[in-house]
Design a protein around this ligand. Structure first.
Ligand SMILES: *[C@@H]1O[C@H](CO)[C@@H](O)[C@H](O)[C@H]1NC(C)=O
Ligand SMILES: *[C@@H]1O[C@H](CO)[C@@H](O)[C@H](O)[C@H]1NC(C)=O
Ligand SMILES: *[C@@H]1O[C@H](CO)[C@@H](O)[C@H](O)[C@H]1NC(C)=O
Ligand SMILES: *[C@@H]1O[C@H](CO)[C@@H](O)[C@H](O)[C@H]1NC(C)=O
Ligand SMILES: *[C@@H]1O[C@H](CO)[C@@H](O)[C@H](O)[C@H]1NC(C)=O
Length: 455
């Protein structure tokens, strides 16, 4: 077809306007619809989720995070407020425990370093004995034992360029720290109005005056005592609180095993899961069955709603409430896991109970077996964060951390509620926000975690 341009050119302006409108409107509409369906430029060319058997499923799952997108702006702004002191380097001497505690220790430490304008030694951690789970001091492990080192270094470098992160090499002698250990003053203004940034910095200055001077061209290394949930995170800018915890992502090798677990769960039980959705509806229930020997030794299971039968009753009831047929269980106790499986199968209606070692193919299962007890738990940590509905135990900072991170996701969706209201309406329940329920009560956690834990 030939277009007669000369006749077009001779049309009055109003005709052009209509012509443009008629041409552009469908284009605009199509593009609008496309962007509605692909908000951030999805990695998949089609709107459909990747087939669970495809490698794209794994990639999409790994590209998705619960608190997302990560926005470093508030962190950059906060770092900009510090007086950076070249030469002052902090060392976290003794982070310890499982992921819930170590994550808390490290985030408090990073916050304290930022406020002091100090650089840091890349923190490591004490690791638990595989023979005696109650002994969390058995040996030492580096940062990447749990966390994604590359992501951490890249993100700190970008958001806080004035903070240097030194990574001690095994063969490199370390400069000696100044004598003594610095106990950072709490920043929990909710327990004491005196717990301000200024009071914290004065405490540091007093320590440095007594134990060593900071000279710009010389490194002054200070050992910090670990703290746990000692920052009032809710007194900080909202976005700072939201994004700060995202500095610590789980080691990608371990995270990949979690993606494979979810993929296999989807295949084995025929559950539809869109790997691009952080917390999919109607897919599977996630339970943290916390009945291992160390929990028994600590007396945790003697309290209301904390023993094996109370935990498993509640997890089954909640799964059924939400019409979920598959329960993914995290537990370090193989005996109790088998008991739970039998209990759920003989329930009417029966439910399928599964776990990471049931689901992983032989190669991945072997890789997981080579890891330590706390590293294996990180696979559960990642899978449980992204289950449809979660159930855990208040005594466990692992459980509570999962619930708190998921609660941030809920808040990001504009669904803000008070998860602690349930303490007044039900016996033996600590937290319930509709997507996560934390059983039993724990005075210390209920006082420390709501404001002190980083999501
Ligand atoms: C931080 O400070 C620098 C230099 O003063 C400025 O260019 C930058 O925009 C600031 N960043 C934020 C996030 O405030
Ligand atoms: C650096 O500190 C060490 C002790 O930590 C001291 O012996 C040395 O003289 C200092 N160097 C300078 C240039 O101040
Ligand atoms: C597992 O739980 C049983 C009780 O059901 C207990 O006797 C055993 O010590 C626990 N084992 C581990 C490894 O936690
Ligand atoms: C387990 O806990 C429930 C609820 O707290 C309690 O009623 C029950 O007696 C406990 N069972 C055992 C065997 O201790
Ligand atoms: C799930 O449980 C049902 C019993 O309700 C059983 O028939 C089925 O085989 C189980 N599925 C798998 C994959 O184990």
């Amino acid at each position: 077809m030939q277009i007669n341009t000369s006749s077009l050119q001779s049309q009055p302006r109003i005709v052009y306007a209509i012509f443009l409108l008629v041409t552009l409107t469908p284009l605009y509409y199509v593009s609008y619809q496309y962007h509605l369906r692909h908000p951030y430029g999805s990695s998949s060319p089609l709107d459909r989720p990747a087939h669970p058997a495809s490698p794209q499923f794994i990639r999409d799952w790994l590209d998705t995070h619960v608190v997302s997108p990560f926005n470093p702006y508030a962190l950059e702004w906060y770092c900009n407020q510090s007086d950076w002191r070249p030469g002052l380097v902090f060392n976290l001497a003794n982070a310890n425990g499982g992921i819930g505690n170590i994550r808390g220790n490290m985030l408090d430490f990073l916050f304290q370093s930022i406020e002091a304008g100090a650089s840091i030694l890349l923190p490591g951690m004490a690791s638990r004995s595989d023979e005696d789970l109650s002994n969390v001091w058995a040996s030492r492990s580096p940062f990447d034992h749990f966390f994604d080192e590359e992501w951490f270094l890249k993100t700190v470098q970008k958001a806080c360029p004035e903070m240097s992160v030194y990574k001690p090499q095994p063969d490199q002698p370390l400069k000696e720290a100044v004598p003594g250990v610095f106990y950072p003053r709490s920043r929990r203004a909710d327990t004491d109005f005196g717990n301000s940034k200024r009071a914290y910095l004065e405490g540091l200055q007093t320590f440095l005056d007594e134990h060593g001077q900071v000279e710009p061209d010389n490194v002054t290394l200070v050992d910090l005592e670990r703290t746990l949930w000692e920052i009032d995170t809710r007194s900080l800018p909202l976005n700072f609180r939201r994004d700060f915890g995202q500095l610590l992502r789980i080691n990608p090798t371990i995270r990949r095993l979690a993606a494979v677990v979810v993929q296999q769960l989807s295949l084995k039980f025929g559950v539809d899961i869109d790997p691009r959705i952080a917390i999919p509806r109607g897919a599977f229930y996630g339970a943290h069955l916390r009945t291992e020997s160390d929990a028994q030794n600590a007396g945790w299971l003697d309290e209301t709603n904390a023993n094996f039968s109370a935990q498993t009753d509640s997890y089954i009831a909640q799964a059924l409430n939400h019409k979920l047929k598959v329960i993914y269980v995290a537990s370090g106790n193989a005996t109790d896991l088998a008991l739970f499986r039998r209990k759920a199968l003989s329930h009417a209606p029966p439910l399928n109970v599964t776990s990471k070692f049931d689901l992983l193919p032989p190669n991945e299962a072997a890789a997981l077996k080579d890891m330590t007890w706390d590293q294996q738990a990180l696979v559960d940590y990642e899978v449980l964060q992204r289950c449809s509905i979660f159930g855990g135990l208040a005594k466990s900072s692992f459980s509570y951390n999962i619930a708190m991170t998921r609660n941030q996701w809920l808040e990001d969706q504009g669904r803000v509620n008070d998860p602690w209201m349930v303490q007044h309406s039900e016996d033996g329940v600590s937290f319930d926000d509709g997507i996560s329920r934390v059983l039993a009560r724990d005075g210390v956690h209920e006082q420390r975690i709501p404001r002190g834990m980083w999501p």
